[in-house]
Design a protein around this ligand. Structure first.
Ligand code: HEC
Ligand code: HEC
Ligand code: HEC
Ligand code: HEC
Ligand code: HEC
Ligand code: HEC
Ligand code: HEC
Length: 387
């Protein structure tokens, strides 16, 4: 009986989601030419991947306004919370030429003679209100970052700095399935190039072209150009400097800035153990907000069924999750309040290092012991470790 009710409801939900999502796709691409690199070309035959992809933030990484500039409800009415304080008299919706962000916050770009620069307020999608830029975004704006020089490469497909063009907004199919031409003319018979290499390290690197910090040797920009493997080879990733705090890393090698999961991951034993990003994340999308195959502890189950009988493991039954301790929030790097990046080194971040280097640790920077200080955690651990 219960099943009979849930089933048609589920179909309805999926159907309505699909309609919203598809109408959205045409809106993003409205002002750009639809070429062979467009996801819809591939979607004609690969319906399933297409319908997942439209749910992924990848499909919306650059928002190009069409006639309706109010993406995700950004409201310019004077009764909207924060409007009078942060928007009124500073900019209007006509100033918005592009936007980033469809998950938590949205930042807006306006055209200037230097390219596209950040506008001084951001839209909180969940709380439906205007806010001032977070300290990190404020710093970026003050330093004069432009979309073209600093930010566009990873939020579109196939950016070419020489001509200042991209082949499609967002991360479309061909950002990952690169050499697609032959596949199209043979109606899918020739898959060389589109098929993703089975080597897990290669698969992770595919994600690392955007989920990493570095500099392109040829263009000196902060992102790789184009989509080809030769262009990718020009991109030199930043590396940690042991004992030093750099813009990108803490002294123990933990990532310090957001969107550098690849540089954390390659430090972990998981790389040698042949895991890849897609061991845990679905590449096309899912109903999980981080596109995880499985959540919290079950993300690690199956492989770590029997974790070591450590006191720190035993003293936290059912309270802390594996992610709390092994994927701590790297707090210094928040794009905005409440948005966290989690270390992908899977290391337990030692409170001792937090005392020594003023960096985050797994106990007091996590969601758990926020009211305690680092030395409290050091003492507790000493007791548990019998030191
Ligand atoms: C005319 C139909 C058609 C179009 C258009 C098409 N494909 Fe395919 N594709 C196929 C067929 C048929 C196969 C082989 C059967 C299968 O694996 O589903 C395939 C297989 C694939 C595979 C799996 C290859 C493997 O060996 O595992 C990938 C990846 C892929 N296509 C990506 C793309 C991308 C990216 C695009 C757009 C640039 C695209 N396809 C456009 C028909 C098409
Ligand atoms: C090297 C690639 C790369 C570059 C360059 C880059 N980004 Fe991103 N950006 C990402 C990735 C990857 C994510 C999402 C991953 C995450 O959550 O860690 C992201 C997410 C974001 C988000 C959050 C969006 C949301 O939905 O909540 C904002 C805002 C953002 N970037 C702004 C910027 C700005 C501003 C710049 C230029 C200063 C920039 N990005 C340059 C790769 C990049
Ligand atoms: C962010 C990178 C990325 C994007 C974007 C992407 N794919 Fe994939 N795709 C992959 C990876 C990686 C695999 C290999 C499967 C795995 O590792 O789970 C894959 C596998 C596939 C396959 C083989 C069958 C399967 O699902 O395993 C097809 C077909 C495919 N993708 C089509 C598409 C189409 C069509 C789009 C655009 C709508 C697309 N992909 C966008 C990374 C991507
Ligand atoms: C061409 C650049 C690019 C590539 C390649 C890429 N990403 Fe992303 N990824 C982004 C950007 C940009 C965002 C943030 C989009 C936004 O929030 O607007 C993002 C967001 C994400 C998110 C967060 C989504 C969410 O819902 O919070 C995950 C997870 C992710 N990517 C995983 C992957 C994986 C796994 C791969 C490789 C299979 C990959 N990405 C390849 C640029 C890229
Ligand atoms: C597909 C299997 C698999 C999954 C899923 C997995 N691991 Fe692992 N993990 C391994 C293997 C294999 C090793 C290396 C051998 C070992 O040390 O046990 C490893 C090693 C580790 C280590 C030791 C440190 C290191 O870098 O070598 C930690 C800590 C760890 N994993 C935590 C996690 C956490 C937390 C999760 C969930 C978010 C997780 N693992 C998910 C297979 C997995
Ligand atoms: C309360 C924090 C905490 C939780 C929760 C936690 N761990 Fe750990 N884990 C640690 C600490 C601390 C160490 C390092 C032990 C040491 O050196 O004292 C460790 C060590 C490990 C190791 C061995 C690492 C090595 O270097 O050999 C693995 C594997 C591991 N944990 C996996 C997991 C998995 C999987 C879960 C979830 C089921 C989990 N842990 C939950 C704190 C935690
Ligand atoms: C062993 C499992 C595992 C692997 C491997 C893994 N991730 Fe994650 N990832 C997670 C989990 C779990 C979270 C969610 C943390 C949370 O929100 O609680 C996450 C979160 C993310 C996010 C959202 C931002 C953040 O830090 O919370 C992005 C983006 C991401 N992963 C990208 C990647 C990329 C790219 C790779 C490969 C270089 C990768 N992940 C490898 C488990 C994994």
């Amino acid at each position: 009986m219960r099943k009979a009710i849930i089933f048609p409801l589920a179909i309805l939900l999926v159907a309505s989601l699909a309609t919203v999502a598809f109408s959205y796709v045409s809106r993003v691409t409205e002002e750009s030419s639809i070429g062979q690199s467009d996801a819809r070309t591939c979607g004609q035959c690969h319906n399933m991947e297409m319908s997942l992809w439209v749910t992924h933030a990848h499909s919306r990484a650059l928002l190009v306004p069409g006639k309706d500039r109010n993406f995700y409800g950004a409201s310019y009415s004077s009764s909207t919370p924060g409007y009078k304080k942060f928007v009124k008299g500073k900019f209007t919706k006509d100033d918005v030429k592009y936007a980033y962000g469809s998950l938590e916050i949205q930042i807006l770009w306006t055209k200037t003679d230097r390219g596209h620069e950040l506008l001084p307020a951001s839209w909180d999608i969940g709380k439906k209100r205007w806010e001032k830029l977070s300290p990190l975004l404020k710093k970026l704006r003050a330093s004069g970052v432009t979309l073209e020089k600093n930010c566009i490469g990873c939020h579109v497909t196939g950016y070419d700095p020489e001509t200042d063009t991209y082949t499609a907004p967002g991360i479309t199919c061909v950002a990952c399935h690169t050499d697609y031409e032959k596949h199209l003319v043979t109606d899918g018979q020739e898959t060389a190039g589109v098929a993703v290499d089975k080597d897990p390290a290669y698969r992770a690197k595919l994600c690392g072209r955007c989920h990493a910090h570095g500099t392109d040797r040829k263009t000196s920009l902060d992102f790789p150009s184009g989509t080809s493997s030769e262009q990718l080879a020009q991109f030199v990733m930043a590396t940690p400097q042991p004992g030093k705090t750099t813009a990108d890393f803490w002294p123990d090698g933990t990532e310090r800035a957001p969107y550098m999961e690849y540089q954390g991951f390659i430090q972990s034993g998981h790389l040698q153990a042949d895991l890849s990003c897609t061991t845990c994340h679905l590449p096309h999308g899912s109903d999980d907000e981080r596109n995880l195959k499985r959540r919290t502890d079950s993300a690690c189950d199956g492989c770590h069924n029997q974790i070591d009988e450590l006191p720190v493991h035993n003293n936290h039954p059912g309270k802390a999750t594996c992610v709390d301790c092994h994927m701590a929030r790297i707090s210094d790097s928040v794009i905005a309040k409440g948005i966290y990046s989690h270390t992908h080194t899977f290391k337990f971040l030692e409170p001792e290092n937090a005392v020594k280097w003023q960096m985050p640790d797994s106990c007091t920077t996590s969601r758990c012991h926020t009211s305690q200080d680092d030395s409290w955690a050091v003492e507790i651990l000493k007791g548990w470790r019998g030191q």
